[in-house]
Design a protein around this ligand. Structure first.
Ligand code: PA5
Length: 445
């Protein structure tokens, strides 16, 4: 099997009896999750999604991806939070964080609708100027401001360029099956639509059309991605933490949290995993950060960030532990060249592969940080391919659900996200928010 987890660098911070004691909580979390009796039980569709998905829609995703590959230089993906992070994370993880620069025979993919920055919107318009493009607008609610505003721009540009009918043939909508403004618009304009299942929340939706259409357009094998997740679904079924590394990970991170480690630093040694880290941060941050509780998820890419945050991690507040995802076999490798002059004194590396050097940096850092009282959990994956990533996605989604139940919160809602929206709408003078607008204006004086 492809994922292996090493808890050896965290175990000196956790007593054996604590691990034994938390087993009961893990078993209860497992029963609640699989029995559908826990908090947020309307949103458990992701558990069986790798095998229980709409096969007709899956085939249609592949067909549309082929059409987009043929008729578009660029795919613009509009969505925010769970409606874009998964697709972007997968594309960069499998292809490259420089996907748009090194792209071969698949369209460039630009992500928009995830910001209110005017500069970003203007830049997006420039990026597609003169290019044939398609748009995939993704919003489960269909009402998210960032995405809806960006779609106004893209719809207008597409209609000016291709005419109303031509634009309709290039706009793909991923939204709720029945309700919402976007669904109504898609029906009236005749756009191709895909469904965000009712029982799958945004941050658990990467293996639905939300993630799969853009991922397929990038030329990624979505069958292999689903297969990795489907095998993980079987692999991580046993509630016994001595037999289930996913559940043990959920147990260990909760024990570390209780011991005072309030931050989980997601670490990778591959720049192509930068957006993967962002996906993890959303998954855990939005799932667990509630009721004054939850590990704060942060991320770094080493060795790059050893030259920025490394100092703090080694000697600052002892508030964190690290979860490192190490890739055993890199996408590509190359030998360090010999240099006659050897001015940098690095000829001792000549002939060694860069991955060997990276690996020594990883091992050295692991020991240094552990010596500095930063426990490390190491998740090793065989390679950065679709199958491994499918397993990794499922591993973390399941760990997050179990972990959230052990923490005693609902890992499937996000009530706190509404606060900024309410205030923003009031300050933007949205009808119905007059009273709040007066209160906020007074406070901002
Ligand atoms: O995980 C979540 O539920 C959120 O991050 C949503 O995905 C995000 O807020 C976007 O919502 P929507 O798809 O309704 O536009």
């Amino acid at each position: 099997m492809s994922i292996k987890v090493n808890f050896g660098y965290a175990e000196n911070c956790i007593k054996e009896n604590e691990l034994t004691a938390i087993q009961g909580e893990i078993t209860n979390a497992d029963s609640a999750l699989r029995g559908g009796t826990g908090l947020g039980n309307d949103y458990l569709g992701w558990i069986d999604l790798p095998v229980n998905y709409d096969k007709e829609e899956f085939a249609r995703i592949k067909e549309c991806a082929e059409k987009i590959k043929k008729d578009s230089d660029v795919l613009v993906v509009l969505g925010i939070g769970g409606s874009y992070l998964g697709a972007r994370a997968v594309i960069e993880f499998i292809k490259s964080n420089n996907y748009n620069l090194v792209v071969g025979d698949t369209p460039q993919i630009y992500f928009g609708g995830n910001t209110l920055s005017s500069s970003a919107v203007v830049e997006l318009k420039k990026l597609i100027d003169g290019k044939d493009f398609s748009v995939n607008v993704i919003s489960k609610s269909g009402t998210t401001t960032e995405t809806a505003v960006a779609f106004r721009f893209l719809k207008q540009i597409a209609e000016e360029k291709y005419g109303k009918q031509g634009a309709a043939e290039r706009i793909y909508v991923t939204t709720d099956r029945k309700k919402g403004a976007l669904k109504a618009l898609a029906d009236s304009e005749g756009y191709e639509t895909f469904v965000v299942p009712d029982d799958v929340g945004g941050r658990y939706s990467v293996l639905t059309a939300v993630g799969l259409l853009p991922i397929a357009v990038a030329g990624i094998d979505i069958d292999a991605l689903m297969k990795g997740a489907a095998d993980a679904r079987i692999k991580y079924m046993n509630p016994d933490i001595t037999a289930n590394e996913c559940y043990k990970y959920a147990a260990v991170r909760n024990l570390l949290y209780r011991s005072g480690k309030k931050m989980e630093l997601m670490v990778s040694y591959e720049p192509s995993m930068t957006m993967w880290n962002e996906w993890l941060k959303q998954l855990f941050g939005e799932s667990e950060g509630k009721e004054g509780k939850g590990l704060y998820p942060a991320s770094v890419v080493f060795s790059t960030d050893l030259h920025s945050l490394g100092q703090y991690i080694q000697q600052g507040e002892r508030l964190m532990f690290e979860t490192v995802t190490w890739v055993k076999n890199p996408i590509a490798d190359i030998e360090v060249p010999f240099d006659e002059i050897n001015g940098d004194g690095l000829n001792f590396l000549a002939g060694k592969t860069m991955h060997y050097v990276n690996e020594r940096a990883f091992r050295g850092t692991l020991l240094a940080h552990t010596d500095g009282s930063v426990p490390n959990i190491v998740i090793e994956i065989d390679r950065q391919d679709e199958y491994n990533l499918g397993e990794l996605i499922y591993f973390f989604e399941l760990a997050c659900g179990i972990s959230g139940y052990v923490l005693g919160i609902n890992p499937f809602d996000q009530p706190g996200v509404e606060s900024y929206k309410k205030n923003m709408f009031a300050l933007l003078e949205k009808p119905g928010y007059e009273e709040l607008k007066n209160i906020l204006t007074e406070r901002l004086k």
